[in-house]
Design a protein around this ligand. Structure first.
Ligand code: F6P
Length: 308
């Protein structure tokens, strides 16, 4: 997020535009938590996790009154265009807002969940998934030393990309994601087969939004069926949302931030910017929202093959 903010501010100032930062997203827009930004405000932030502008989940913005207040603040501050950085909630809010109010805007995909269409990667995903990979690798050391089965829960309330990528990268025996119904019998059968083959390490990567109920529920059923196995769970939680961003994320955010200001200057608006096959892509906000994000079938099929 910070690398994106830096790129937006600096590209705008380079083009002799005034830039205002809105703290805490739509909630800050409603409350007028808005300040003028200079290039120095974004010095030394590219390596920092989180966001200097802070973020919030705003219920008020979803109301007509909230949107009206937000629009009034934008007008009072003389703001002529918006750069939105966020995920599914941000673009859902944007679609509703722009049905009621006209103001040029572009969006940047900022979410660890990678659940937006119109881009191959989202800002934060690479960092989050690398954090998960590092943690799972470390857990594997214990799993191997003790011959244990580990059920590891990663983030992803509605999307399984963190589970899918970290699971593949860590050689997980099974990966459970919200996009696919969990057939617990099949999960148990695979453990059973591995047991017969004397496979001693089992790593199950489970997305928090997987439909059986996450690591805790899966643990209960696995333990019941295999009481003799030494089983542990680990919930990685919010460590996935922080930390210094990866090189890929910094470059992605810088490219998108730079391109977003150029898009506004060129009059290309009401689109989310992304990168598809290495090139900048422009997707209308409504098309970027997550149900359009299609998970690669190849990747899903590969899980089973590589886990034999
Ligand atoms: O929407 C992104 C996300 O990281 C989800 O994967 C996760 O379920 C959620 O945020 C966690 O949100 P909170 O910090 O509000 O619990």
């Amino acid at each position: 997020m910070n690398a994106a903010i830096r790129a937006v501010v600096r590209t705008a100032v380079y083009n002799k535009l005034e830039v205002y930062g809105i703290r805490r997203g739509y909630q800050g827009m409603i409350e007028g938590d808005i300040y003028k930004m200079q290039t120095t405000d974004v010095a030394n932030i590219i390596q920092r996790g989180g966001t200097i502008l802070k973020t919030a989940r705003s219920r008020e913005f979803l109301t007509k009154e909230g949107m009206q207040k937000a629009h009034n603040q934008i007008q009072q501050h003389g703001i002529e265009a918006l750069v939105l950085i966020g995920g599914d909630g941000t673009f859902r809010g944007a679609v509703e807002f722009f049905e009621n109010f006209t103001i040029p805007a572009v969006g940047l995909p900022g979410t660890i969940d990678k659940d937006l269409a119109g881009t191959d990667f989202t800002i934060g995903f690479d960092t989050a998934v690398n954090t998960a990979v590092e943690a799972i690798d470390k857990i594997r050391d214990t799993a191997e030393a003790h011959d244990r089965l580990f059920i590891i829960e990663v983030m992803g309330r509605d999307a399984g990309y963190i589970a899918l990528h970290s699971g593949i990268a860590c050689g997980a025996e099974d990966i459970l994601i919200p996009e696919l119904a969990t057939h617990i019998d099949e999960v148990l059968n695979r453990i059973d087969q591995d047991e017969r083959r004397k496979k001693t390490v089992h790593i199950l990567v489970v997305a928090e939004g997987e439909d059986f109920g996450g690591a805790k529920e899966v643990y209960t059923v696995v333990k019941e069926r295999f009481p003799m196995l030494d089983i542990r769970t680990a919930v990685l939680g919010h460590i996935q949302r922080g930390g210094s961003p990866s090189c890929s994320d910094r470059v992605l955010a810088s490219r998108l931030g730079y391109a977003s200001v150029n898009a506004l200057i060129a009059g290309r608006t009401q689109v989310m910017l992304g990168i598809i096959n290495g090139a900048i892509a422009y997707t209308p906000f409504e098309n970027a929202i997550k149900q359009n994000s299609v998970m690669s079938k190849d990747m899903l099929e590969m899980i089973r093959v590589l886990a034999i």
